[in-house]
Design a protein around this ligand. Structure first.
Ligand code: PMP
Length: 331
């Protein structure tokens, strides 16, 4: 008989209340979790009338922790990713950080192909998780994408291909979307979803989940004025990192018909709103959250009939310290 079993069979002493629910070491081993268990279950809060999902609180500091975990585990299950393989992804930052975290937990090598000109924090974070980072192209992701696609076809590599993958949409439809729906007050369904388009996975996937409960839900995509690629066919430099990567992603090409409206906001306004969110609400988030919030508030003002408007704060302000928060003029 092992000491553990002896412990679990010691009868309670007379008069003492029996610790019936206290598990013995033998019957309940210590939970062997890892940081990936911390992904999801982020708060949904109301900020001046708009519902905001705080995805920046995920491990690795962004919404992308979800697709990183989901796609990697799908690829493992389908035999597309095996021990010893290298995961390669083109990313302007957050997906690279998130995949690097997942790779560190699961023991894969990770190569992030990233355009130059992204926030130095996001490059440093991928490296901190042990990833290699290759800088290809300038600001927009196009060239990095071609490089990742080429490497992904080689033996020993797996390319999640976030801009194309239906698994990206599927994660949002089956995980993030239903999670938001469950957090809204009972009997409340979303009237609108306002979301910037990087891969388009969040807008489309969460949008599909919302359509299941409200077929009339308004799906509004957000782009920066300076690079409204889907809305007006232009791609320029802007400061809303994480959205408008310089091309129309495959996900949007396939699902464009689901989007009701595209709207654009300026980089400067997005940054101003981002700063106000930190000062006024204690929400230390990145530029796309400023853009999303501004577009959501504008929609609420324009159409008061849309009572339940949902948007997402995708990444944390810490990732932009050197770019937007550290200099004295930014305070
Ligand atoms: N905001 C930020 C900060 C992001 O990193 C991303 C993803 N690139 C988005 C918004 C847009 O998300 P999606 O890729 O699902 O369109």
């Amino acid at each position: 008989m092992t000491p553990d079993l002896q412990l679990s069979t010691v009868p309670p002493q007379a008069g003492a209340s029996a610790p019936a629910e206290v598990p013995s070491p033998a019957s309940a081993p210590m939970p062997a979790g890892n940081v990936l268990d911390g992904i999801g279950n982020t708060p949904l809060i109301r900020v001046d009338g708009v519902w905001v999902k705080l995805e920046y609180l995920n491990p690795s500091g962004s919404i992308k922790a979800r697709i990183a975990k989901y796609i990697v585990e799908r690829a493992e299950a389908e035999g597309l990713l095996r021990p010893g393989d290298t995961i390669v992804e083109a990313s302007s930052g957050n997906t690279g950080n998130a995949l690097a975290m997942v790779a560190a937990v699961k023991g894969y090598s990770m190569l992030v192909v990233m355009p130059k000109g992204m926030s130095s924090e996001r490059l440093a974070i991928s490296k901190a998780f042990g990833a290699d980072v290759e800088l290809v192209g300038d600001f927009h992701v196009n060239e990095a994408l071609a490089r990742a696609r080429e490497l992904g076809q080689r033996p020993g590599y797996f390319a999640p291909a976030q801009f194309e993958s239906e698994w990206n949409v599927e994660e949002n439809r089956t995980w993030l979307g239903p999670e938001i729906l469950a957090q809204l007050p009972a009997g409340t369904v979303p009237d609108a979803l306002v979301m910037g388009i990087g891969t388009g996975g969040t807008l489309i996937g969460v949008g599909q989940a919302f359509r299941n409960v409200n077929p009339a839900v308004r799906l509004v995509g957000v782009e920066p004025d300076e690079s409204c690629t889907i809305l007006c066919g232009e791609s320029g430099k802007h400061q809303v990192e994480g959205i408008a990567d310089g091309f129309v992603p495959g996900i949007i090409e396939r699902h464009r018909g689901l989007i009701d409206e595209l709207t654009s906001v300026s980089s400067q306004d997005s940054l101003a709103v981002m700063r106000r969110l930190a000062r006024g609400h204690g929400l230390f988030v990145g530029p796309s959250s400023g853009a999303h919030y501004m577009a959501a508030v504008a929609l609420a003002e324009r159409e008061p009939g849309l009572r339940t408007i949902v948007t997402v704060f995708c990444d944390e302000g810490e990732k932009y310290l050197s770019e937007h928060f550290r200099a004295a003029q930014d305070q």
